[in-house]
Design a binder for this molecule. Structure first.
Ligand code: FPP
Ligand code: MG
Ligand code: MG
Length: 370
């Protein structure tokens, strides 16, 4: 449904990431070579098409269509100098970004938004692999393993810089605010995860708040980018408030489901299938949904959570208890609830291929194996 647009995605992203410094150029583009699923750009593009048929808001009519989204990106410049009036600092012209020019109902600004979401996501992965001491990503050695922590962190920062330039070029303050908030949310979510529970306790007790804390963290870490970029796609298309809110709710529910499934796969799928380490969460001291549900019925897990599974035998014991419990089934059931809520959120959209695509994306979230 959005194959034409997706075909140009990686090439355009690589263009946005060009640097005159050869090493930075290599590290920055490293994660664009592997087998990325491109879930976030796919949602943005499908949402853009699906909302092209919904009611429009008067505030947007006639705006945005003539924005030159390329002008400020200068991939050949070592200094990344933004000076649109200088051809030497701005060697890329709008003709260089590859987009299909045919009768597409997706605006150039929405296509650029799709690229920006992948840039922000990839930046967070570069940093995440350093934090998690990860050795593989997308079926290849991780960037931190290949180039070292310093270069991986700096490359992540560079991606955020280029994403910010591309975002500013959209000339839409509300969309800029949304995506800037996402970057802050990613960090907030990662901090909440480092702490595991709301309070630093040696022997934490399971309460309903345990799940609330986990879901809040999950929203910030995973669903914020998907929900706010879906909202931004509808805003760029000039949709009315009800449509913009529906797009956000779809992304929020899908994002929560997506991360719940991710946390489940960490227990159930091999590293080979995942293209990244499996069983990594317990090793990192992280108590995710399957364990939190198991803990509700087995208080023994509290002490292990409190010491972040650090004592010898903790990881194996926790894993055993999770597999004996119905934690994985409960996680799947919760993910399914969110999938159904995602689909219900866009019920009022007019029937279209793109709407069917969004529904299919939601169903596929539950079935995925990597
Ligand atoms: C993957 O989670 C990581 C994230 C979804 C977000 C990580 C966010 C940061 C490191 C904060 C910094 C953010 C930016 C934008 C620079 P995971 O480790 O559970 O998944 P994995 O198995 O794919 O590694
Ligand atoms: Mg990780
Ligand atoms: Mg992580």
């Amino acid at each position: 449904m959005v194959a034409k647009e997706m075909k140009f995605l990686t090439g355009n992203i690589r263009q946005l990431l060009g640097s005159g410094h050869p090493s930075l150029d290599t590290v920055a583009k490293y994660y664009t070579q592997g087998e990325g699923k491109h879930v976030r750009p796919l949602i943005v593009l499908l949402m853009s098409r699906a909302t092209s048929l919904t009611p429009k808001s008067p505030r947007y009519i006639g705006q945005n269509s003539s924005v030159d989204i390329d002008k400020a990106i200068s991939p050949m410049s070592i200094l990344s100098d933004v000076n649109p009036s200088s051809p030497t600092n701005n060697p890329i012209s709008h003709t260089q970004t590859s987009y299909p020019t045919t009768d597409s109902d997706i605006l150039p600004s929405q296509r650029r938004l799709a690229e920006i979401t992948e840039l922000i996501h990839t930046a967070s992965l570069l940093h995440d692999d350093v934090i998690d001491h990860s050795v593989s990503r997308r079926g290849n050695p991780s960037a931190n393993l290949e180039f070292g922590n310093k270069m991986a962190v700096l490359a992540g920062d560079f991606l955020l810089g280029r994403a910010s330039v591309a975002l500013a070029r959209l000339r839409d303050p509300e969309v800029t605010e949304l995506l800037a908030t996402v970057i802050a949310n990613l960090v907030e979510g990662e901090f909440m995860q480092l702490k595991n529970t709301a309070r630093d306790e040696k022997n934490p007790v399971w309460t309903k708040e345990t799940i609330t804390y986990y879901l809040q963290k999950t929203y910030l870490k995973s669903a914020s980018l998907i929900s706010k970029s879906a909202r931004a796609a509808a805003l760029l298309g000039g949709s009315d408030t009800a449509t913009v809110d529906a797009a956000y709710l779809y992304g929020k529910n899908l994002g929560l489901a997506f991360q719940l499934v991710d946390d489940m796969l960490d227990y159930t799928v091999t590293a080979e299938e995942l293209g990244k380490p499996a069983g990594a969460d317990l090793e990192l001291g992280l108590a995710t949904a399957p364990l939190l549900f198991a803990w509700e019925n087995n208080k023994e897990l509290g002490a292990l959570v409190g010491r972040k599974f650090e004592k010898e035998g903790d990881v194996a014991r926790a894993r055993e208890l999770v597999l004996q419990s119905n934690g994985l089934e409960q996680t799947r059931a919760l993910a399914e609830e969110y999938v159904n809520q995602a689909i219900a959120s866009i019920e009022m959209f007019p029937e279209s291929e793109a709407k069917a695509g969004l529904i299919e994306m939601a169903h596929k979230t539950l079935k995925r194996r990597n």
